[in-house]
Design a protein around this ligand. Structure first.
Ligand SMILES: Nc1ncnc2c1ncn2[C@@H]1O[C@H](COP(=O)(O)OP(=O)(O)OP(=O)(O)O)[C@@H](O)[C@H]1O
Length: 134
């Protein structure tokens, strides 16, 4: 796994992230995960982005810092249409931020919780799935 020092080319400035999200405006907040709040932004360089800002509470625990480095090292190595694209990160002025390509389809968990995802739909779309006999 690459060390964070080797990934300097992925650094995005705090100013650029703040500009893209209108200084983390409430209206730009699109979600809340275990890492912290997620904001939608518009960047000149990257287009529409999703910005994950590590919450301060999380940062107090070294776990947040470890997760931050692991996410950068892992995702910068894997590029696949089915894996969210990490565009870069920011580690400036005590802020730890991950910047992803914005996925307009939303997250997988949203689709898995969807009422449209019925067993009938799944069996029709995946005929190879067999119902186990009792
Ligand atoms: N790249 C993205 N594009 C669009 N929306 C996103 C993106 N990443 C996160 N989101 C939104 O932010 C919400 C929180 O995402 P996040 O990945 O932080 O939490 P999570 O899915 O609970 O994962 P974790 O368990 O790692 O905290 C998602 O449910 C989604 O609505």
């Amino acid at each position: 796994m690459s060390s964070i020092k080797e990934l300097k080319h992925l650094q995005i400035s705090l100013q650029d992230i703040s500009d893209a999200t209108n200084n983390y405006a409430k209206e730009n907040c699109i979600g809340l995960g275990g890492y912290g709040k997620v904001y939608k932004g518009e960047s000149e360089k990257y287009g529409t982005i999703a910005v994950k800002r590590l919450s301060r509470n999380r940062e107090e625990h070294s776990q947040g810092d470890r997760e931050f480095k692991t996410e950068i090292a892992l995702l910068s190595n894997y590029k696949h249409e089915k894996i969210v694209t990490l565009l870069g990160y920011c580690d400036e002025d005590g802020e730890k931020i991950l910047v992803y390509k914005h996925e307009s389809q939303g997250s997988l968990d949203k689709h898995l919780k969807s009422a449209d995802l019925t067993w009938t739909y799944l069996f029709r779309r995946c005929p190879w799935v067999k119902i186990p006999s009792p």
